[in-house]
Design a protein around this ligand. Structure first.
Ligand SMILES: *[C@@H]1O[C@H](CO)[C@@H](O)[C@H](O)[C@H]1NC(C)=O
Ligand SMILES: *[C@@H]1O[C@H](CO)[C@@H](O)[C@H](O)[C@H]1NC(C)=O
Length: 527
């Protein structure tokens, strides 16, 4: 008998990839075979992932391991098989973080969840896989975060290449509400992060927050899931369980389902995990948001956040933790109403919410008040490149009411760069009266806010908005607190015939593109 077993195991080992599902262990590491083509190794002293072999090819980079932040340091690492799943628990001694790695038979995935009880230095929490660029050269959104051969021009993370194009890992970002799967890929495989269901419930800054997804360097293709950061953060961090989420391996162009089922985590004793039975939902109607704008309902309190897209005037939330939540209604990304709702486990609460945005007649409007600058000049490019990129259109602009398009007015203005923006419009005798001028901004940097001049009349300085201590527009970010400013312009400011509005910037900041700036949502002269 013993003789036979010996022969069988030698044969199985020689097959390599066809080994069975399960956990094995050496003195220094745990080895997990998913029996789905993926075999990965976890360092027993710090929980680092040190090997990621898919179909026999090693994808783990050689310079640094994969893990949370830059590694959890000395940790208690345990491995076990629970209810047919492999579960590895990494409890950090240095950081207030416990990381879980879970494998399910036949899946080429590492399922994960991250429990944390306090802010982790340097103020961010992220999953970071350091994969081989040689095997996976294409990043999220292609080459926008590919810094190879390029030189840092700003903050050590924003690069310019010899062809005048710019690169930054921030340019790989997508809105959390849309970012359920993102992948890096090569000729043999793709590796994807999957954030299904309520994976973002413990993140911060709402459905339109965007964060780094990948960065391509000479040796490492870095694949991220940012759970929280200080990158244009508008809310306090939340604590508890992040995820569950997964890193999934597949063929080139593989795209795992964004409805990945992680409900089996309820059987694995994961700290902070709240099963569906301990949750409730909210459903209701939305009204008053004009056609053509996405309608989003957003729930938030200090413990959790959720969102739902409303279609045909109806929405249903995801499975939420019990509690009382603020409810925001957005016309695209523009806040048009708020309310509160209380969620109870096992129940569906009803909350109907109507837009409170007034519908005022205007003499003219440029762009739409939708919380996004994409309809203005360079708005189509700003998420993926620096304002100095050679592919950008010129900054500044002259807009003539009646003949110009919204794309003639710049989506951002700087105090020391980018030129000025003017709007020329004509008024009849009847229209020469007092008017309200309104300008919506989506993000401000270094206190930047609009200065307004109508002919020779100058509007008062509205004062610096709440500071967001983070670079914004130069790193592809467009969304912050979203201040809307109004000025009551007296009749004496206007003339019959041709009038000129000049829009500029109050605030200073550093030189050039890091001078005080703001991003424009829309502007209008009300009747
Ligand atoms: C595991 O981590 C320890 C501590 O950082 C390190 O000394 C060791 O070389 C690592 N082992 C492997 C297999 O990477
Ligand atoms: C609604 O928004 C206003 C203005 O931002 C805020 O003061 C108020 O607390 C919010 N109410 C709710 C119910 O969230």
């Amino acid at each position: 008998m013993h003789f036979l077993v010996g022969i069988v195991s030698t044969f199985v080992l020689a097959q390599g990839a066809s080994a069975a599902f399960g956990l094995t262990s050496s003195s220094s590491r745990f080895i997990v075979d998913t029996d789905g083509g993926l075999v990965f190794e976890v360092n027993k002293s710090n929980g680092d992932i040190t090997s990621l072999k898919y179909n026999g090819v090693e994808y783990q980079g050689t310079s640094k391991a994969s893990g949370i932040n830059s590694g959890l340091g000395t940790s208690t690492v345990t491995g076990e098989t629970v209810n047919g799943y492999v579960k590895i628990t990494v409890k950090s001694s240095a950081l207030p973080v416990t990381q879980y790695y879970v494998a399910k038979p036949k899946d080429a995935m590492i399922y994960m969840a991250t429990y944390h009880t306090a802010e982790v230095d340097p103020g961010e929490l992220r999953w970071l896989a350091r994969l081989k660029t040689s095997e996976l050269p294409t990043g999220v959104h292609g080459n926008v975060g590919d810094t190879r051969g390029c030189t840092a021009i700003e903050g050590k993370d924003t690069f310019k290449c010899s062809n005048g194009q710019t690169r930054c890992k921030m340019y790989t970002s997508d809105r959390f509400i849309d970012d359920k799967v993102h992948c890096v890929s090569g000729s043999k495989a793709s590796v994807c992060m999957v954030m299904p269901g309520v994976a973002y419930e413990t993140s911060a800054s709402g459905p339109f927050m965007r964060d780094i997804n990948s960065q391509t360097g000479d040796s490492d293709q870095e694949l991220y899931w940012y759970m929280n950061s200080g990158h244009v953060r508008t809310e306090s961090w939340r604590f508890g369980l992040q995820g569950p989420y997964a890193m999934a391996f597949g063929a080139t162009n593989y795209k795992p389902s964004d409805t990945l089922d992680t409900s089996f985590f309820s059987t694995l004793s994961i700290q902070g995990y709240v099963a569906a039975s301990g949750r409730g939902t909210v459903s209701g109607t939305t009204s008053g948001v004009a056609d053509g704008f996405e309608t989003v309902v957003h729930f938030h309190n200090t413990n959790a956040q959720y969102w739902a897209k409303s279609t045909g005037g109806k929405y249903t939330s995801s499975q939420m933790k019990p509690g009382t939540y603020g409810v925001n209604l957005y016309k695209q990304e523009f806040l048009v109403a708020n309310d509160t709702v209380t969620v109870t486990a096992g129940k569906t609460a009803t909350k109907d919410i109507a837009s409170k945005e007034p519908s005022l007649p205007v003499i003219w409007r440029i762009g739409e008040f939708d919380g996004q600058p994409f309809d203005l000049k360079n708005g189509d490019k700003i998420e993926r490149m620096h304002p100095s990129d050679t592919r950008m259109g010129t900054w500044g602009g002259s807009f003539t009411v009646g003949s110009s398009k919204a794309t003639d007015f710049p989506m951002a203005l700087w105090s020391k760069e980018g030129g000025s923006a003017t709007v020329k419009f004509t008024l009849t005798q009847e229209q020469v009266k007092g008017h309200v001028f309104r300008i919506g901004t989506t993000l401000s940097f270094k206190g930047g806010r609009p200065s307004v001049k109508v002919n020779s009349w100058t509007g008062t300085d509205p004062g610096a908005p709440t500071l967001i201590d983070s670079r914004g527009v130069t790193r592809g970010a467009y969304r912050g607190y979203g201040n809307v400013y109004t000025w009551t312009v007296p009749s004496s400011a206007f003339v019959v015939g041709s009038n000129t509005l000049t829009v500029g910037v109050y605030g200073s900041g550093d030189a050039s593109w890091l001078s005080a700036n703001y991003i424009v949502d829309a502007l209008e002269l009300q009747d």
